[in-house]
Design a protein. Structure first.
Length: 104
């Protein structure tokens, strides 16, 4: 399998979270389809409640004006209090796993 090289975003949000990050893969919990990879800043742990659009790593264009869906609605777009567009994720509709990407 080809190793995936992911260029992580190192912006003020990344720095605010202690300059630590992990790459997750989100899959539909029904059909197991890969939805996208995600750069989650900060220490590991905690439930994933939202995904910021600018942290989603995908070859496909993610439409931030429509709900994110696969077999059912997984996330609803909204504006987070800091002004960033995010998807509010519905519990139980997705699975996450930690991949083994090469961070740059
Ligand atoms: Zn699905």
């Amino acid at each position: 399998m080809k190793k995936e090289i992911i260029k992580i975003k190192r912006d003020k949000y990344f720095k605010a979270r202690g300059s630590q990050t992990r790459i997750l893969k989100l899959r539909c919990s029904h059909c197991n389809k890969l939805l996208f990879s995600y750069q989650k800043d900060g220490l590991p742990g905690g439930w994933l409640k939202r995904c910021y659009l600018n942290r989603i790593i995908s070859n496909k264009k993610i439409n931030s004006t429509k709900p994110l869906k696969c077999c059912e609605v997984i996330g609803i777009p909204y504006k987070y209090k800091d002004g960033r567009i995010a998807f509010k994720l519905a519990k139980g509709t997705f699975k996450r796993s930690y991949g083994d990407p090469v961070l740059k």
